[in-house]
Design a protein around this ligand. Structure first.
Ligand code: PLP
Length: 416
């Protein structure tokens, strides 16, 4: 019989070894405080546009309350295929090459469980989204981190990828634009990286959830690059672009073998994504473009405000070009990311996420989400400035030493 103090010993050691998400741990603290301005959560502050909510309500009125096909509503898959073909010139068969998932979160789990075997290695940029390493480990494989830094604009290089490859490397995952840094990878750099990926016969898992939230340059969809369609599992969803985090709907697109295998896991674990969410997603794709463009304009205004505010307080920051995050360097304060976030919360009631929640390379940085109103952002950065000024005497602010093709302009690292 198991001793009551020994239940932990009955738990899968891989799960026991996982750390709870650094973001959630911090926000349990925030939830207990009053008057806090949160720049912490990675979700739009907008409510889902009305026509999308209405489409869902009408669907309930009409009695759409059943399971859908495991792969999701055919009409939604067709609309996704149409959208990908029109935007990026990449074509998928909606019957066999697209699967509707419960957010990109489920897509990531399905992709990794489908392609990874025990002992395989997955290349993961660092800092990066909190779930990549855990889903890799849960699939029995090993995360191998591609360490990026502020000095190179938090962008991976083909050399970095090449150096990390071993005979066990099976796949690479990239999120472009990046959470938490807001960095984007342009087409030319992606082309170089995908050449390495093809040369080593790797699978590319492309998380493009922030693709539509690109403010500088154009988003490149990885499967649209030469020779990449069939070796890429494209993951995307509705959470960020259409302010639909709570609806839990996303999709995976890829070759029919990958998608059929992913569908088997999905069939036995989820069965299907919620029908109401799928109907809402269909409305978003069909009629949501104007609303999306308005939200992107808002994020871009806020992005500029954040860049200026960080410049003013002397915190260096690589120019955020996509998603809705800035990742300033707080090393000049002499505090660790964790202490900076804790003290800022305690002294000024502003919540940010310590950079080390996104891996070791995030130490010395904090993630500020600008999915908050202009008023809240203005006030939050005013408070943050007094906090920083109390700790950094003038003239002591650190700056980056620029890498190739980078300039430092008033503490902001920009690509030229
Ligand atoms: N991928 C990235 C990079 C994210 O930032 C997030 C959420 O923050 C997700 C995936 C999960 O998205 P979803 O809501 O579609 O599950």
């Amino acid at each position: 019989m198991t001793n009551p103090s020994d239940w932990n010993k009955r738990i899968n050691p891989v799960i026991l070894g996982l750390q709870p998400s650094g973001i959630r741990r911090f926000f349990d603290l925030v939830a207990e405080m009053k008057g806090v301005i949160s720049l912490g959560v990675g979700e739009p502050d907008f409510v889902t546009p009305w026509h999308i909510r209405e489409a869902c309500m009408f669907s309930l009125e009409k009695g759409y309350t059943m399971y859908t096909s495991n792969r999701g509503l055919l009409e939604l898959r067709q609309e996704i295929a149409k959208n990908l073909a029109a935007s990026f010139g990449v074509s998928y068969d909606p019957h066999q090459e697209i699967l509707i998932t419960v957010g990109v979160s489920e897509g990531l789990d399905l992709a990794f469980r489908t392609i990874l075997c025990p002992g395989d290695e997955v290349l993961i940029p660092e800092p990066s989204y909190v779930s990549y390493a855990p889903v890799t480990a849960m699939a029995g494989a090993k995360p191998v981190f591609l360490k990026t830094s502020a000095e190179n604009g938090f962008r991976i290089t083909p050399e970095l990828v090449e150096k990390a490859i071993t005979p066990k490397t099976k796949a690479i995952i990239i999120c472009n634009p990046n959470n938490p840094t807001g960095a984007t990878i342009d087409r030319a750099r992606l082309l170089e990286i995908t050449e390495v990926v093809r040369a080593h016969d790797l699978i590319f898992v492309s998380d493009e959830i922030y693709g539509r939230l690109t403010y500088v340059g154009e988003h490149t969809c990885v499967p649209s690059l030469p020779g990449m369609r069939d070796r890429t599992i494209l993951l995307n969803g509705f959470s960020k672009s259409y302010a639909m985090t709570g609806w839990r709907v996303g999709y995976a697109a890829g070759n029919r073998d990958f998608i059929s295998a992913m569908t088997k896991i999905h069939q036995y674990t989820m069965l299907c994504a919620p029908i109401t969410a799928q109907i809402a997603a269909l409305e978003a794709l069909k009629n949501g473009e104007n609303g999306l463009i308005k939200m992107v304009e808002q994020y871009n205004r806020r992005r500029r405000l954040v860049i200026q505010a960080l410049q003013k307080m002397g915190l260096p920051c690589c120019e955020p070009r996509g998603a809705f995050y800035a990742f300033p360097d707080i090393r000049s304060t002499g505090l660790s990311s964790e202490d900076f976030a804790q003290l800022l919360l305690k002294e000024e009631k502003v919540a940010v996420v310590p950079g080390n929640a996104f891996g070791e390379q995030g130490e010395g940085f904090v993630r500020c989400s600008y999915s908050a109103s202009i008023n809240d952002l203005t006030e939050a950065f005013r408070r943050m400035e007094s906090f920083v000024r109390r700790r950094v005497s003038k003239g002591k602010v650190l700056t980056f030493s620029p890498g190739k093709n980078e300039i430092i302009k008033e503490g902001i690292c920009q690509t030229i």
